[in-house]
Design a protein around this ligand. Structure first.
Ligand code: GDD
Ligand code: MG
Length: 379
């Protein structure tokens, strides 16, 4: 196995405001762009060439990773869709840069999945089953936000139901985990020049045409980092070593502090928090299971839990945040409390003592008026 396509063109809407200036795969998880974890895992599994299928904020990827040789020891190639072509259209478009022959396997990865799947074993299964496409499947308690993939006892895929809308459609807890092995010729048969969803069009079309889709259920670590809560958890799990990544820029532990960060010895870091370079954390601050992006500042005795603090964002002294996403350069003044999963737009400035908002209680200074459940995200 040597070639792969990585789908990194989505707008990352559910991750706003983190994706206002940064494409989702480039947001830092455990100190490095999330994509570095995926690329390094692919390299470790023997992938030697990856085509990145970019669209939204396309230029950022190559600027950061270049040709991939120095950082990962593999070759990165970039293709850009002028207009997003959907997952299937993006795979077809990226195929122009593949070197694999028609019968060779090509790996395809969604660009927001953190997983411990054995990539080489998936390719081995693909050869054994002689499938058109082999899919990594995982089991989740609530499959509604995913593609449902029932299989027979031999692993043959029986149906592909993307984001089921009725209770009757929830026929299994096995979902598409966003990692496939395609036989190259199957990619070449995807229509060109228009939007195609691999989940809604290509897979159901292959099944109705008698194609062989093979599902491999693998129950190792798996997480889609598409929401702020999942992103914070994924980063913390990487730092704590719950899932391995060759790209982790430090030892596994309770917190990761990158060189250039200034953390007071009287601050407490825990739960897999990731503290980027140029971050300042003052005396008595408590940072738990959170991501602090470069240049963020947390004031004295502030508490930041399960939260993501954007680049150059500021959290005032004694402020308490839980489950909050603070956009780049936003500032929450001192003595505020936000514990609701709020998302604060980039550049927002909340004055000192203006918000005290926990589940079941709400109070705020008159000039701000009633505070909605989620502070609207300006984009
Ligand atoms: N190049 C390109 N162009 N990439 C795209 C486009 C596009 O038009 N649209 C989406 N992508 C990329 C995204 O960047 C992401 O890496 C991947 O394709 C999947 O898109 P998501 O938006 O994250 O999809 P999802 O999470 O709702 O659902 C997908 O993943 C689930 C697993 O997490 C589906 O594949 C589901 O079937 C699956 O269960
Ligand atoms: Mg996703």
């Amino acid at each position: 196995m040597s070639e792969a396509i990585l789908l990194v063109g989505g707008k990352g809407t559910r991750l706003r405001p983190l994706t206002t200036h940064t494409p989702k795969p480039m947001v830092r998880a455990a100190g490095v762009p999330f994509l570095a974890h995926q690329i390094s895992r692919a390299a470790a599994a023997g992938v030697t060439r990856i085509v990145l299928a970019t669209s939204y904020l396309a230029e950022v990827f190559e600027e950061h990773f270049g040709d991939g040789q120095r950082e990962f020891g593999l070759k990165l190639v970039y293709v850009t869709e002028a207009e997003p072509l959907g997952t299937g259209g993006a795979i077809r478009n990226a195929a122009e840069q593949l070197t694999a022959g028609p019968n060779d396997p090509v790996l395809v990865f969604n660009g927001d999945i953190l997983s411990g799947v054995d990539i080489a074993e998936l390719v081995r299964q693909h050869h054994l089953s002689r499938a058109d496409v082999t899919l990594h499947l995982t089991r989740v308690p609530d499959p509604r936000a995913f593609g449902l993939v029932p299989t027979d006892p031999d692993g043959r895929v029986l149906a592909f139901l993307e984001k089921p809308e009725t209770p009757e459609q929830i026929v299994t807890d096995q979902i598409n985990a966003g990692c496939y092995v395609f036989t190259r010729s199957v990619i070449d048969a995807i229509p060109t020049g228009r939007e195609v969803s691999v989940e809604r069009e290509t897979f159901p079309g292959l099944l109705s045409g008698g194609g062989l889709l093979h599902g491999v259920v693998d129950s190792t670590y798996w997480l889609d980092l598409g929401t702020p809560a999942a992103f914070a958890k994924g980063s913390a799990d990487l730092v704590r070593g719950l899932v391995d990544s060759p790209a982790l820029p430090g030892p596994v532990g309770d917190a990761l502090v990158l060189p250039g960060a200034q953390v007071s010895p009287r601050a407490v870091l825990s739960g897999g928090s990731a503290i980027s370079e140029d971050v300042h954390v003052d005396d008595g601050a408590v940072i738990e299971s959170s991501v602090l992006l470069p240049g963020a500042r947390v004031g004295a005795d502030a508490v930041v839990r399960n939260s993501i603090i954007g680049s150059h964002a500021q959290v005032g002294a004694r402020t308490v945040l839980d489950g909050v996403t603070l956009g780049d350069a936003a500032r929450i003044g001192a003595d505020n409390e936000l514990t609701t999963g709020a998302r604060i737009a980039c550049g927002t400035d909340l004055p000192d003592g203006s918000l005290r908002f926990s589940p079941g209680t709400m109070a705020c200074t008159p000039h701000l008026g009633a505070v909605p459940q989620t502070v609207p995200v300006r984009v």
